[in-house]
Design a protein around this ligand. Structure first.
Ligand code: SF4
Ligand code: SF4
Length: 387
């Protein structure tokens, strides 16, 4: 650890130790088993860019043994929040929880960059965000750079299909913030798949962003406001489905004790025997987002569903680590985000696939800006092949 300048040391010692953060960090036994699974460690090959290094920094700062440093905060900023370190940890360190707490403490020390605060503000206001995305579609390159969201063109809106006659039940679907504009076709596709099994879909009014981006940016107050709005929007619902693996954990935490939240792919997998698919032609590649592998764990359900499509030539892309999207990371650290994405795009090019499937909207948007291969939610592909 670097020597502390006296004023900084005094300030650090005067700060109350964050007992919650220290207790979480204390669970780390520093075995290092998580290191090879961490995409930033694989990229930089330095301890400071590893889960163990970050935990040590968070703990030392929380205990007041170390004054926060610009370098330490940068390594913390680089964390993708992918949580690949969690399932491989023998001590079951709840790294996601630790990161959210550490980022909140970090934000209290100094405000995040303006572009991240602006992005967070917009994500919390989906109607305004949607209008900016629409503006990009209409005005395109004529927009001043500051007003261009830097996202792929949003597809035209798709209307929801009519519910099945004599539906056997109804599920509510979480829409999200940016997905409000980008995933109307996917929500309609989910409604067609569930409708084939006699289940109707509802899109409750008043819901908004899941709050993951706010929490990862250290804005715990905004995350709590978004969680409260979603609790209110989903009041009275007994089943909620989520289409984005990156949002599901936050939605589930928001609705804890109120309604179970499930990945839409897992729900469809249970209904799989009631679905009939027509044959597919051509090769399709599959990307498994970090949050699907490490948090939601719906990759088995997805593989089983895709296996139901006769003749599907499916290539599962190798696990090259995080694609680099990681919420607002692609905005905050575009060069690192592109470096993390490069091996995945290379594997996609080598696969010869004519399409790519990925179940997280953040990953899809980031991947789509780096390839000409169409990138879609697996649910779009499944619905397209309904018999
Ligand atoms: S969340 Fe991802 S990037 Fe962050 S320390 Fe864990 S494995 Fe590494
Ligand atoms: S695997 Fe768990 S206990 Fe081991 S260094 Fe990583 S976080 Fe710490």
């Amino acid at each position: 650890m670097p020597a502390l300048p006296d004023p900084a040391l005094r300030a650090a010692r005067q700060a109350p130790a964050d007992a919650g953060l220290v207790a979480l960090a204390d669970r780390c036994v520093q075995c290092g088993l998580c290191l090879p699974h961490c995409p930033t460690y694989r990229l930089d090959q330095t301890e400071a860019e590893s889960p163990r290094g970050r935990i040590a920094y968070i703990k030392a700062v929380a205990q007041g043994r170390l004054a926060p440093t610009a370098a330490g905060d940068t390594h913390l900023d680089h964390c993708l929040g992918c949580r690949r370190c969690e399932p491989v940890c023998p001590a079951q360190v709840p790294y996601g929880e630790l990161l959210v707490g550490a980022r909140a403490a970090q934000a209290a020390r100094h405000a995040p960059p303006l572009k991240l605060r602006a992005a967070g503000w917009l994500l919390a206001r989906p109607p305004l965000l949607g209008r900016m995305i629409d503006l990009q579609r209409v005005a395109g390159a004529w927009l001043p750079a500051a007003l261009r969201p830097g996202l792929p063109q949003a597809p035209p809106a798709v209307a929801m299909p009519a519910p099945p006659a004599a539906a056997k039940g109804e599920v509510a679907v979480f829409v999200g913030c940016i997905a409000d504009r980008y995933e109307s076709g996917t929500r309609a596709a989910l409604a067609r798949l569930l409708g084939a099994a006699g289940i109707a879909v509802a899109l409750p009014e008043g819901q908004g962003c899941c709050g993951a981006a706010a929490a990862h940016a250290g804005d715990s107050a905004a995350a709590a406001r978004l969680a409260a709005a979603n609790r209110q929007a989903f009041a009275g619902r007994d089943s909620v489905l989520c289409l984005a693996s990156g949002c599901q954990d936050s939605v589930a935490r928001s609705l804890a004790g109120q309604a179970p939240v499930e990945d839409a792919l897992s729900a469809l997998d249970r209904l799989g025997d009631q679905l009939r698919f027509r044959p597919a032609h051509g090769r399709v590649a599959l990307h498994l987002p970090c949050t699907q592998r490490s948090v939601v764990r719906s990759e088995g359900a997805l593989r089983r569903l895709l296996q139901r499509i006769p003749g599907l030539d499916l290539v599962e892309l190798p696990d090259t680590g995080c694609c680099g999207a990681a919420g607002l990371h692609q905005l905050a650290e575009p060069a690192r985000a592109d470096a993390l994405r490069a091996p995945l795009l290379q594997a996609l090019a080598e696969s010869g696939a004519a399409g790519l499937l990925s179940a997280n909207i953040g990953c899809r948007l980031h991947l789509a800006t780096g390839t000409m291969v169409p990138v879609r939610h697996p649910i779009d592909f499944l619905a397209e092949h309904l018999a």
